[in-house]
Design a protein around this ligand. Structure first.
Ligand code: 4VN
Length: 322
């Protein structure tokens, strides 16, 4: 079998809700500024669960919903830019927590494009006879790497996880994909730098917090995201009008509206939940996908384009028949 389909979707977000008004008590910002510039009203923040805990909770939901036994999972890929540790990988932690003893587990580091990159890698491995069931999860606890004294970034992000269980399938569900990376622009989004100290023995490294050149990334996204979606549609040999839903990384509601305009597609095809969760990086598309499936917004047989973009800088689009 040469193709795969999504057999279940799930998401988990921490219970603590932090509103824009809550943030305006901590820093010089306002609900009106955050809402009008980004579309964000609140975000969910984790005070106890780490990235692997949220991801494992998604993994358990996927098993429960699909009826797939943990032992049947062959592959676990977690996309994250806020892992529990350098090693073990977050995916390995998830494997231990859900008891998927036969799975191969590793992480993908492609920031906000991570979920699409991970889907692409899983898709390639599912062509091999040894892989039949794959879990692809995007999970982030960005709150632990955010600089809460930098109001230009602190108001934008939130924590959460979402994922899918994939199964090999005789039907054709993967229609087209496009990945692109822009390493020359790497300094526009940076977190967790660990410089080599000049002294020996070196002190234990402290990680740098999240920084972003918002204007540069915004400009990048408005140009490169429509381009990536168009390339993926061309590879799928479909017209953009045939795409039923565009699930974009929830980085900023204004960017999503601008991409819709540039693609000449109605905004109704672009579901948005950034108001509730803020920007959850690699988790944003799988959380949105799980919600859309649950609400009946996305139905079997429909064509869905998933587009990620962000740190790297990176972009990625995958077009599937759900
Ligand atoms: C992709 C994007 C962003 C992003 C960039 C800029 C931005 C989000 C700048 C202008 C500001 C409002 C906020 Cl496009 C972030 C990531 C990382 O996931 C990825 N917001 N803004 C304003 O002054 O209006």
């Amino acid at each position: 079998m040469n193709d795969w389909k999504i057999v279940s979707t799930a998401s988990v977000t921490p219970n603590k809700v932090v509103t824009n008004d809550d943030l305006s008590q901590l820093m010089d910002t306002s609900d009106e500024w955050i809402r009008s510039r980004t579309g964000i009203k609140r975000r969910h923040i984790s005070t106890s669960q780490n990235t692997s805990d949220l991801a494992a909770a998604v993994g358990k939901k996927l098993l429960l919903e699909s009826g797939c036994p943990a032992q049947d999972v062959d592959l676990i890929i977690v996309a994250t830019m806020s892992p529990d540790s350098y090693t073990p990988s977050t995916a390995a932690l998830v494997q231990g927590k859900i008891g998927a003893g036969h799975a191969v587990a590793f992480d993908i580091s492609a920031a906000c494009s991570g979920f699409v990159y991970a889907l692409t890698v899983a898709s390639a491995l599912l062509k091999k006879p040894a892989f039949n069931h794959a879990m692809v999860i995007g999970s982030e606890t960005l709150s632990k790497i955010i600089n809460w004294e930098d109001r230009s970034t602190a108001v934008l992000f939130g924590d959460g996880a979402g994922g899918v269980l994939l199964s090999t399938s005789a039907d054709h569900h993967l229609l087209g994909e496009d990945l692109a990376s822009f390493g020359q622009l790497g300094d526009k989004i940076v977190a967790g730098q660990t410089p080599v100290a000049s002294a020996f023995p070196a002190p234990v490294a402290k990680l740098s917090p999240f920084t972003m050149d918002g204007r540069a990334v915004y400009k990048f996204a408005t140009h490169e995201v429509p381009a990536s979606i168009k390339r993926a549609a061309a590879k799928a040999q479909i017209d953009l009008d045939q795409v039923d839903h565009f699930l974009l990384h929830q980085a900023n509601a204004r960017i999503i509206r601008q991409v819709a305009r540039r693609l000449n597609q109605p905004l109704a095809k672009f579901p948005i939940n950034i108001d509730e969760y803020g920007n959850t990086s690699a988790a944003s598309e799988p959380i949105l996908l799980a919600e859309c499936v649950k609400k009946g917004v996305i139905n079997h047989g429909e064509i869905v384009a998933l587009a990620g973009f962000g740190g790297g800088l990176t972009t990625g689009t995958i077009i599937i028949k759900y």
